[in-house]
Design a protein around this ligand. Structure first.
Ligand code: FAD
Length: 414
């Protein structure tokens, strides 16, 4: 593939945020280059849960048929068990709109976005890492890249979008600092075949300060996450895989057989460091951050991809308008994104506030703290308020711009 020397919008990072933005801009006829450092889509395991607002958004954007063709699993509810007792169930079917979250592998989702973007004004470059930014007179004018075994090269652009995830190189190179707040736990996760008769609810199984997140996963797996003390993975490994299996089964005895049969070595597990990142400034002249690069959250309620998708639908018309207004070849100024940043920070802080509350509850370990936690959740379970609380955080999609909805009709018809 020929690499363009310049473009309108240069997106660094081809995850859910970058790939979707590339597709929507290309559909509007804007020249766009998406640059992804990995060589293929089979990336390390990432979030597979797509929250209900994102499902609504993706249907509005015309991706419904492609999602259906690939297949996915609908999550019907989230439930919480504590010290062996069911304390809370939130039935997703009771939210307004009744759309359910779905589970679909991230490579498939990104592939669907890229497929919809195929046209001459769209390039998605694999195996291309951003190593720096081009800066002139205080504005960002493009970025520097390197491919394996190749020379460094530059791509100039009217706007660079940093969509390069939680450890964003673009953010760092642009001098935009992130306040990283480590959570009290890290996470180790693994997949198991889903035992026959297992339901479609996401489950949080808690035993004092240890817990499992058990997620039915497409097509026929269970994805299990287990909390660890901060930087506790080395210690856990020292104790051996057998002790790890015993620990899992002690929290949730239903998993005894599947872990004995399928969790055979540490190669079957993945490690996730849990932190949140708050970034005060998301823009510079010629540059904006989206997705995890501007706001990393914790895995609670699977909101990372949702935030990224809502960022994209919000920013797409803003970018299109700024490019149309500005002089040909002119840099997009930072101030055009003021409204976008304010809206997205408000959503992100709602999600993070809720996640922090949950994190604090999960860290309880004293007998009194554990008993009060159980009482609090089982009381909440009896109140319709639980739906109001959860809906505020997880169930509100951002409106899709009419132009993107119109473009979606062409996609569905094709
Ligand atoms: C183990 C795990 C489980 C998760 N579970 C869920 C879940 O169930 N639901 C959910 O909603 N969220 C989940 N998340 C969070 C979710 O994966 C992220 O919030 C989401 O992927 C953010 O999308 P993004 O496009 O902003 O960033 P990313 O998905 O991180 O994509 C960034 C892309 O940029 C590329 N990149 C990085 N640096 C460079 C560079 N220098 N040059 C070029 N390319 C670069 C990366 O290779 C990557 O492909 C999980 C995260 C992890 C790690």
């Amino acid at each position: 593939m020929t690499i363009p020397a310049e473009t309108d919008v240069l997106i660094v990072g081809g995850g859910p945020a970058g790939a979707l933005l590339g597709a929507l801009l290309a559909r509007r006829g804007i020249d766009v280059v998406v640059v992804e450092k990995q060589h293929h889509l089979d990336r390390d395991f990432r979030g597979e849960t797509l929250a209900a607002p994102s499902v609504v958004t993706l249907h509005k954007l015309g991706f419904g048929p492609a999602l259906a063709e690939h297949g996915y699993l609908e999550t019907t509810a989230v439930s919480m068990r504590m010290e062996g007792r069911e304390v809370l169930t939130v039935d997703y079917g009771r939210f307004a709109g009744r759309t359910l979250p779905i589970d679909i592998p991230q490579p498939a989702l990104i592939g669907i976005f890229n497929e919809a973007a195929r046209r001459p004004n769209h390039h998605y470059l694999f195996g291309t890492g951003c190593t720096g930014l081009l800066e002139e007179d205080g504005a960002i004018k493009g970025a520097v890249f390197k491919q394996q075994g190749g020379e460094r090269f530059t791509i100039r652009a009217r706007l660079v979008v940093g969509a390069d995830g939680r450890f964003s190189k673009v953010r760092k190179e642009a001098g935009l600092s992130a306040h990283i707040q480590p959570m009290e736990r890290d996470f180790v996760s693994f997949k198991l075949p889903r035992p026959a008769g297992w339901g479609n609810a996401a489950e949080l199984v808690v035993d004092r300060d240890r817990h499992l997140v058990v997620l039915p996963t497409f097509p026929d797996f269970l994805r299990v996450g287990h909390n660890l003390p901060k930087r506790g993975f080395g210690e856990l490994r020292k104790r051996g895989i057998e002790a790890f299996r015993d620990g899992i089964a002690a929290i949730d005895p239903r998993l005894r057989r599947p872990v004995d049969e399928h969790l055979l070595s540490w190669d079957d597990t993945g490690f996730l460091e849990i932190f949140t990142a708050e970034v005060d400034q998301w823009t510079r002249d010629g540059l904006v951050l989206i997705g995890d690069a501007s706001h990393t959250c914790t895995p609670i309620l699977g909101q990372g991809v949702n935030l990224a998708i809502q960022d994209v639908v919000t920013i797409t018309p803003v970018i299109a308008a700024a490019l149309a207004r500005g002089a040909r070849g002119g840099t997009v100024p930072a101030h055009v994104f003021d409204g976008f940043v304010a809206t997205r920070k408000a959503h992100k802080s709602k999600v993070t506030g809720f996640q922090r509350m949950q994190e604090a509850a999960l860290a309880q370990h004293t007998p009194l703290g554990v008993a009060l936690r159980r009482l609090r959740f089982s009381t909440l379970n009896k109140l319709p308020l639980k739906y109001v609380m959860f809906e505020k955080v997880i169930s509100v999609p951002h409106p899709v711009d009419p132009v993107d909805e119109q473009n979606a009709k062409a996609l569905v018809a094709s």
